[in-house]
Unconditional design. Structure first.
Length: 266
């Protein structure tokens, strides 16, 4: 007699389009075994397509029915669901789009998918307290070079080489999207504000360098200023860096600030 776990694996292989599940193994009821198996197979794929569309409604709209169906079929085959929750089922969609034709011929498609996934992660991110600009004012001058920042868990940074975000915005507003094209905006910053509303905005190369230095590389204020001085006149860097930092605090991006040159932290 076949073990239950082996039977379950064989059934799963059937609904995924792999091994056939013999109809003789099915309990005979009011519904024919072949029809019953077909119902389960169709329901499996349908539920996964629904999950993808729930995560990527504007991507589905942008692609249209035919290409969306092609994406779903190809993605489900390459990345069958392996966990009980469908929350992260579509996490590989941007990479899959970037590596499979005809989608890979149009980078804006994968970046549109990546933007939608970042919005999902921003909304679902853990919560944390935020601090205001007064914590920076509390540091004495000697402590400033060693200041490091810890960002709110919802903060995300998405590099963009196309106008995918403009396409998303137009679709969101019910307008015809612009033609896909290269973008002069190097990245977008995303976060969830104090009212639990997801926000995003474009960042220029200066702010992008500061964000990567503070947020990704976890560097201190002195190192960040040194890096900024490579792309901006050195005499402009202090005021430039302070302006960027103050905006981050005002937007609620910062969870804490501490200095390597100070015993205290906030």
């Amino acid at each position: 007699m076949m073990r239950l776990d082996a039977l379950e694996r064989r059934f799963l292989a059937h609904v995924r389009g792999g091994q056939v599940f013999p109809r003789e193994w099915c309990a005979q009821g009011l519904v024919d075994s072949d029809i019953g198996l077909a119902i389960y197979t169709n329901a499996y794929a349908s539920r996964l397509r629904e999950a993808l569309e729930a995560d990527h409604p504007l991507l589905a709209l942008y692609l249209g029915d035919r290409l969306w169906a092609e994406l779903c079929a190809g993605y489900i085959e390459a990345h069958p669901s392996r966990v009980r929750s469908l929350r992260h089922f579509g996490q590989h969609v941007p990479l899959w789009l970037a590596g499979n034709k005809p989608f890979s011929d149009h980078p804006a498609i994968a970046q549109l998918a990546a933007f939608e996934r970042e919005l999902l992660d921003v909304f679902d991110a853990a919560d944390a307290a935020r601090v205001d600009w007064s914590v920076m004012q509390a540091f004495d001058a000697a402590a400033w070079p060693g200041v490091r920042l810890r960002f709110h868990p919802s903060v995300r940074l998405l590099a963009t080489t196309t106008n995918a975000v403009a396409i998303w915005r137009a679709l969101k507003d019910g307008q015809s999207p612009p033609e896909a094209q290269p973008s002069t905006t190097p990245a977008h910053l995303l976060w969830r504000d104090v009212d639990r509303v997801s926000r995003f905005r474009a960042v220029d190369e200066v702010e992008l360098l500061a964000l990567r230095s503070f947020h990704s590389d976890r560097q201190d204020f002195a190192i960040v200023c040194e890096r900024l001085a490579r792309i901006r006149p050195a005499n402009e860097v202090p005021a430039l860096a302070l302006g960027i930092l103050r905006q981050w605090f005002e937007e609620g991006l910062i969870a804490s600030a501490a200095s390597d040159d100070s015993a205290g932290s906030t």
